[in-house]
Design a protein around this ligand. Structure first.
Ligand code: SF4
Length: 128
């Protein structure tokens, strides 16, 4: 069986032809680099995505905190995860990279913060 996969690992978006026999991944054509081979293999055997979304907070300066999964989540479970995350609200301070939801739906992926609350301005010196 052949399947066409469009690689999303860079802006070139190579169309990769994947040859599969049964459950076995045989070969690929059309990729321009090794990242494409790995991506195509994953797309055929375990299609998953890093989930990015937001959770509500009690912070007036950042009412929505950007979060993401630390691992790929199976594509067919993304909507379920989004519904689960929508029930959460972050209270108080959070550090960048801190786990907000551990092992979401038992999938082995944590949902982590992509920002710090309270928001910290970078320490930039003007040089004056
Ligand atoms: S195969 Fe390589 S060059 Fe082509 S889109 Fe994927 S990462 Fe980019």
């Amino acid at each position: 069986m052949n399947r066409e996969v469009i690689c999303i690992m860079c802006h070139l978006g190579c169309r990769i032809e994947v040859h599969v026999e049964g459950q076995e991944f045989k070969q690929v054509e059309g990729e321009r680099c090794k990242k494409g081979v790995k991506y195509a293999q994953q797309e055929v055997t375990f299609p998953g995505r890093i989930l990015t979304t937001t959770v509500t907070t009690d912070s007036p300066e950042m009412p929505l905190l950007p979060v993401r999964s630390d691992k790929a989540i199976p594509r067919e479970r993304l909507i379920e995860c989004m519904k689960h995350i929508s029930k959460y609200s972050v209270k108080g301070s959070v550090k960048l990279g801190q786990t907000v939801i551990e092992n979401i739906l038992g999938l082995g992926a944590d949902i982590i913060a992509c920002r710090t609350i309270p928001f910290e301005l970078p320490n930039i010196r003007t040089g004056v």
